[in-house]
Design a protein around this ligand. Structure first.
Ligand SMILES: NC(=O)c1ccc[n+]([C@@H]2O[C@H](COP(=O)([O-])OP(=O)(O)OC[C@H]3O[C@@H](n4cnc5c(N)ncnc54)[C@H](OP(=O)(O)O)[C@@H]3O)[C@@H](O)[C@H]2O)c1
Length: 513
């Protein structure tokens, strides 16, 4: 019988691994929706930061596509503005010389015929061997149309044996299970799964990636990473901003679709997954999908108790008055869209049986912070005379995802002096302090991985379907209860009091404040 083989082609020292060049091959990047907010705020600055870090290919070009009629010069000038004062004027000018613009309607074949000609010409100049990345940064309703026409125009097909064609899809990927499946079917008619990069920009954040390093490169955590030692886990993604100019999208989405279906469930998987056999894309994504099959969201009879939904009313943030959600521009005055949700769920497997996971996210909370708090169980008894065990605070491990990325551990420690005085102290690791650099932007890392063909940090279709399967009953419940299930909270607070009660009824409290 042939032995199962684990092929390790070469092993490295830590320094060798670190020094390995991650140099992508020359390529052409096509951004649909290039005149939009995402492209200007995130995508172009991310590409430019890769240039500054010498991580872009030797040669590359970018074609922005949009309906807006713009000359190359006007488009480049908009991007130049978006880059602000980062880099030198020469570096910005050099980067901008790689950009061109193509205006056209997304649903017209003529647009793709013109794009084909532009690609062929630029491929010749930049020697990209037909390596193309198509980035969908338009409203999601256009994804199917664009992908269909990329297919029928022949642009999605590899033009040479060295060509690579990849598709990047922005979130949201569907608005429920059935639309996510339909979109996937439409995309898979044209692209293979290994060509599709479904973005969840949280996965590009350094501290998020560090959860895996932390768990699987240190021996001390694995033995205690289970229901015997962990009391519960909290995941909080708080925003102080309101809906801003995105009411059109947010009114249809709400916080459950906007934050829970993707970011919060991804974070949950990284905390809860089993060790993958390797750090390869499929090994990691297999384990994440396995967690999703074991997640038990509140059952129908528990939805009322275990899911708290809220919408912000008028209030104050950092001493500035903030309007109610229903008074924000573009929001329906009787909107039932939830801007806050907190929920309790469990993972029904050997590792996590009985450990509650509390997830919370909302807009107009007192500050912008994303954090995972893993609270360990208390010591079984107090050996310190006359100190009840409840007085000894349990250890808490905090993963700070943003801002001030870092990891901290809360411990009990003795005060100096002859008396037995204990208090909680924190051991803290700060990314910027430890490494002397601020962590790179998530989109830069993700762009680099797309160019390198590394799918580890992108959502696979099976994971996505699991996430919608979990969320669909909550969305249905939300539709059924509408206003009755929606609590109001003042802008600048930590959500409705019921969210605190969700934990308090089990003797716990939110740790991120
Ligand atoms: N902005 C963010 O922070 C953010 C964050 C996460 C995910 N996303 C996702 O990224 C994608 C783009 O977001 P965005 O905020 O950049 O969107 P956007 O600014 O509203 O739209 C991007 C571009 O798409 C075109 N467009 C807009 N509405 C259209 C319509 N009804 N029909 C045809 N074309 C239209 C416009 O370009 P032309 O008129 O020139 O064609 C627009 O500049 C969306 O799927 C969004 O969900 C955005």
């Amino acid at each position: 019988m042939a032995a199962a083989s684990t092929v390790v082609s070469k092993v490295f020292t830590k320094d060798e691994l670190c020094a390995l060049e991650r140099a992508p091959a020359p390529c052409g990047i096509v951004i649909f929706g290039a005149s939009g907010d995402l492209a200007h705020r995130k995508l172009f600055p991310a590409l430019f930061s890769l240039v500054l870090d010498h991580l872009m290919p030797k040669d590359f070009y970018v074609i922005g596509v949009g309906r807006t009629s713009l000359t190359d010069v006007a488009f480049q000038s908009g991007v130049r503005q978006a880059l602000g004062t980062v880099g030198t004027a020469e570096e910005r000018a050099e980067f901008i010389s790689h950009l061109t613009y193509l205006s056209g309607e997304y649903h017209l074949e003529a647009t793709y015929a013109a794009l084909g000609k532009r690609l062929a010409g630029l491929d010749e100049v930049h020697q990209t061997h037909g390596c193309h990345i198509f980035y969908l940064a338009t409203p999601p309703a256009l994804y199917e149309v664009i992908v269909g026409l990329l297919g029928s125009s022949g642009l999605a097909a590899a033009r040479s044996s060295r060509a690579c064609t990849r598709l990047v899809v922005e979130k949201p990927f569907g608005h429920d299970l059935s639309s996510a499946r339909d979109l996937n079917v439409a995309i898979r008619r044209v692209f293979q799964e290994d060509q599709i990069y479904r973005i969840d920009h949280y996965l590009g954040k350094e501290t998020v990636q560090n959860i895996l390093m932390f768990r699987f490169a240190n021996a001390i955590y694995e033995p205690v990473w289970n229901e015997k030692y962990i009391d519960h886990v909290q995941i909080t993604a708080a925003e102080s901003d309101g809906v801003e100019h995105r009411a059109g999208y947010y009114e249809q989405a709400g916080v459950l679709r906007d934050m829970f279906q993707n970011h919060l469930l991804q974070l949950l998987c990284l905390v809860a997954m089993e060790p993958p056999a390797s750090f390869d894309a499929d090994a990691v994504r297999n384990e994440k999908s396995k967690v999703m099959t074991a997640v038990s969201f509140p059952s129908a009879d528990r939805l009322g108790q275990d899911v708290i939904r809220g919408q912000y009313g008028a209030g104050e943030i950092e001493r500035e008055a903030a309007p109610a959600y229903r008074n924000e521009p573009g929001v329906h005055p009787n909107s039932f869209t939830e801007t806050f949700a907190a929920l309790r769920m469990e993972i029904d497997n050997w590792r996590w049986h009985g450990v509650p996971f509390y997830l919370r996210s909302g807009k107009r909370l007192p500050k912008r912070v994303t954090e995972i708090a893993v609270q360990f169980r208390r010591v079984p008894t107090s050996i310190f005379k006359s100190l009840v065990v409840e007085e000894l605070s349990p250890n808490v491990l905090h993963f700070r995802i943003q801002p001030n990325e870092g990891i901290s551990l809360r411990l009990e420690a003795k005060h100096p002096g002859p008396k037995v005085c204990l208090s909680s102290v924190t051991m803290h690791f700060d990314y910027t302090e430890a490494f002397g650099v601020t962590p790179p932007e998530a989109y830069a890392r993700l762009f680099l991985d797309v160019m390198l063909g590394d799918q580890t940090l992108f959502a696979r279709q099976d994971w996505l379907e699991h996430s919608w399967k979990l969320l669909d009953p909550l969305l249905q419940y939300e539709k059924d209860v509408q206003e009755t299930g929606l609590r109001s909270y003042p802008a600048g607070s930590w959500g409705p009091p019921e969210a605190d009660a969700l934990l308090a009824r089990e003797g716990r409290q939110w740790l991120t404040r």
